[in-house]
Write a protein of this length. Structure first.
Length: 433
């Protein structure tokens, strides 16, 4: 028996080691196959990977959907994010320090700056389309919830890209069922849960320890001479006038946002980077988001609690809708700075992992582009046998793919709503404000 136990333990440890190794390799391999993944939160919504969802247990039917979604694709929020690489190249060009490729990229960046002018943070046509497609798939996947005069309640932050995202989702729903009973609102009254701002936790993520940890990680950035001298023709000039790390990142930020814009159909800058160069820049962004919004040990794992009000609201709203005989849909539209910590607070797919070694993020599956692209969303789908049934089940979708939660289940990905409430209310109650 002892020998059998030791063999089983060794096999388990070996399996865990192999899993970690595969995860570590998979990020760079994924990027080699699709370099746009390095766009992180600027990545255009890829749509669901999971085409067929797990059937519900026998007799269980969907009756309620609770959703939080990020706005669709947008422009950068401020002009400096577009201007920075252009101005660097423009100055070099005035002194004859650009290669032919550098001149070409400078002219392309000038077009991008002009196209984006006064569109700071605006929803793009692609962003509108993403929301319509998500709404369409929601109705196609769960038609029982949208029949007849089903109730659809939608709420948004007051930011125009969020309001328009909400409107485009509802527009698609009314195309598919004009009888829907729709209510929508965008008011400051809802900001306490749609976009909660916690000053205490905000200053914690900006404290000296967090800042030093991030800056030390950034210092390890591997600059690429190949990239630099494909654009600049004078190493002495670069050494004196160009902060290569800052320039590389600023160029990547424009590269990443371009596919969200109509101009992105004409200009693609990803060819400037090798997958390995883009990966090095992505790692910095991954660490940035983990320290600031994830359960980073340097912040005592507390940053996800910025969304404690939203989680309580989700629970209370669900309890209310469960009591009703009719079907209901509740849509909420906001930002990735809400969705990311919510996902971490739920520990969905293990994203609530608390680490003090930033080099272990990928090994533990904490990969930002899998969480919060443009139009990213969380959907709770609730099931019951009939309106009198209180043994409610649910499953949760992250970006329309079935996700896991740290709850026991004999019917995964389906969980008992009572288990969810007990677990997460205890977790929220244990938080000391």
């Amino acid at each position: 028996m002892h020998k059998y136990f030791m063999i089983k333990l060794l096999l388990t440890l070996l399996g865990a080691t192999l899993t970690i190794a595969i995860q570590a390799q998979s990020v760079l391999e994924e990027i080699r196959q699709n370099i746009t993944l390095t766009s992180s939160n600027y990545m255009a919504y890829p749509g669901p990977k999971q085409k067929k969802l797990t059937p519900a247990p026998k007799g269980m039917k969907p009756f309620y959907i609770s959703h939080y979604g990020r706005h669709g694709s947008r422009y950068h929020s401020k002009p400096s994010l577009y201007n920075a690489p252009y101005l660097t190249l423009h100055h070099a060009d005035s002194l004859g320090k650009l290669t032919p490729l550098g001149k070409e990229v400078m002219m392309q960046l000038e077009r991008v700056c002009k196209d984006a002018d006064n569109h700071w943070g605006d929803l793009t046509p692609l962003g509108a389309l993403q929301q319509e497609q998500i709404a369409k798939r929601m109705m196609e996947r769960f038609p029982e919830v949208f029949r007849g005069r089903a109730n659809v309640e939608a709420r948004s932050t007051g930011v125009s890209r969020c309001v328009l995202s909400m409107e485009h989702a509802l527009l698609q729903m009314t195309r598919m069922n004009p009888q829907l009973n729709i209510y929508m609102e965008a008011t400051h009254r809802d900001m306490s849960f749609l976009n909660q701002q916690d000053k205490k936790l905000f200053f914690m993520k900006k404290n000296q320890e967090s800042t030093d940890l991030y800056n030390e990680y950034v210092k390890r950035y591997k600059k690429s001479d190949r990239l630099t001298y494909s654009l600049f023709n004078d190493s002495a000039y670069v050494h004196q006038y160009v902060d290569v790390a800052d320039f590389d990142m600023s160029l990547m930020l424009v590269t990443a946002i371009l596919p969200n814009m109509e101009l992105g159909k004409q200009i693609d800058l990803f060819h400037l980077f090798t997958p390995e160069e883009a990966y090095e820049l992505w790692k910095i962004g991954n660490v940035y988001w983990y320290i600031g919004w994830g359960a980073s040990a340097v912040n005592k794992g507390l940053q996800p609690y910025t969304q404690r009000n939203l989680l309580r609201k989700l629970i209370n709203d669900a309890d209310s809708c469960i009591q009703q005989p009719n079907t209901n849909v509740q849509l909420r539209f906001g930002h990735e700075t809400v969705l990311l910590p919510l996902v971490c607070l739920l520990d969905m797919n293990g994203y609530g992992v608390q680490l003090d070694n930033l080099d272990l993020l990928e090994e533990n599956g904490w990969v930002n582009y899998r969480i919060f692209p443009m139009a990213s969303n969380v959907q709770f789908i609730f099931y019951r046998k009939n309106p009198n049934d209180r043994d409610v089940l649910f499953k949760v979708l992250l970006n329309e793919n079935e996700a896991t939660l740290p709850l026991p289940s004999e019917q995964a990905p389906y969980y008992k709503w009572s288990d969810f409430k007990n677990y997460y209310l205890k977790k929220l109650d244990a938080y000391q404000e």
